[in-house]
Ligand binder design. Sequence first.
Ligand code: ZN
Length: 111
Amino acid sequence: MHDLDYFKQQLLSRKDDITDRINAIDKDIKHEGMSPNWTEQATERENDEVLESLGIASEQELLMINNALKRIESGEYFVCSMCGEEIPPSRLELLPFSSHCVNCAGKAENH
Ligand SMILES: [Zn+2]
């Protein structure tokens, strides 16, 4: 039986990972030790775009995790934010930051 503490730990360790990832991406974008070669700089600019989209995805995930942590604090973690039904723990184990039941997640994706 999984309880809130279990999911809280999952979310907190995931949050640590993502915070590390975001910090690493930031460092890469700032180019510590910039190369003096123009060709390499062009390649680095392309990398920046990839890094930026990675950074955006990571920050979105971080927002979702923070949101889930708030839902734990307010006792709404197991409740679907759209229909108010219970979210099955098996789903939360796969997607610990999910705030919708399977039905509502399906509906949200079709929009
Ligand atoms: Zn729902």
